[in-house]
Design a protein around this ligand. Structure first.
Ligand SMILES: [Zn+2]
Ligand SMILES: [Zn+2]
Length: 150
């Protein structure tokens, strides 16, 4: 046990729980989350048949305006995001903000890069979390049970 360890990114002393030697502030800044269990089964690369991969959770990046400029922000990449809506004050109905925030992502992604040929495979570790509907630009494609009507 290394009790006075420092964050391996910012080298500040670690307070509270971080993530594998990275402090909470750095995790927030860099959009780091704990790696979910691997989704891909142990089988060779579909292109070159080799067995060694680098598993990467891809992140996406955005920036939001503050008083004196912009603050960059990143988060794990997701396939879609929840729609946010708040009550309007004057007109009836809900106000829908543009999807500029990285909050509320659904359907996380992970990639496996073959270290021999570089082929990249994408997986979603939590397909059940993906909301279905035109507002999410998603639909179910079930080849065993095709739906005649939408
Ligand atoms: Zn740090
Ligand atoms: Zn390969």
């Amino acid at each position: 046990m290394d009790n006075d360890a420092n964050c391996k990114v910012c080298e500040q002393q670690l307070y509270g729980q971080g993530l594998q030697g990275i402090c909470r502030a750095c995790c927030k800044t860099l959009g780091l989350v704990e790696m979910p269990p691997a989704r891909r089964s142990a089988r060779p690369c579909t292109v070159c048949n080799h067995m060694k991969f680098i598993r990467v959770i891809p992140r996406e990046y955005t920036a939001y305006a503050v008083k004196n400029g912009y603050i960059a922000h990143s988060a794990p990449m997701t396939l879609t995001r929840e729609t946010g809506a708040t009550d309007r004050w004057v007109f009836p109905g809900k106000k829908v903000p543009p999807a500029t925030s990285l909050e509320g992502g659904r359907g996380s992604l992970e990639t496996y890069v073959c270290t021999t040929c570089g082929f990249v495979e994408w997986y979603c570790p939590d397909p059940e979390s993906i909301p279905i509907g035109p507002e999410f630009m998603s639909e179910v494609v079930d080849y065993d049970n095709p739906t005649p009507f939408r």
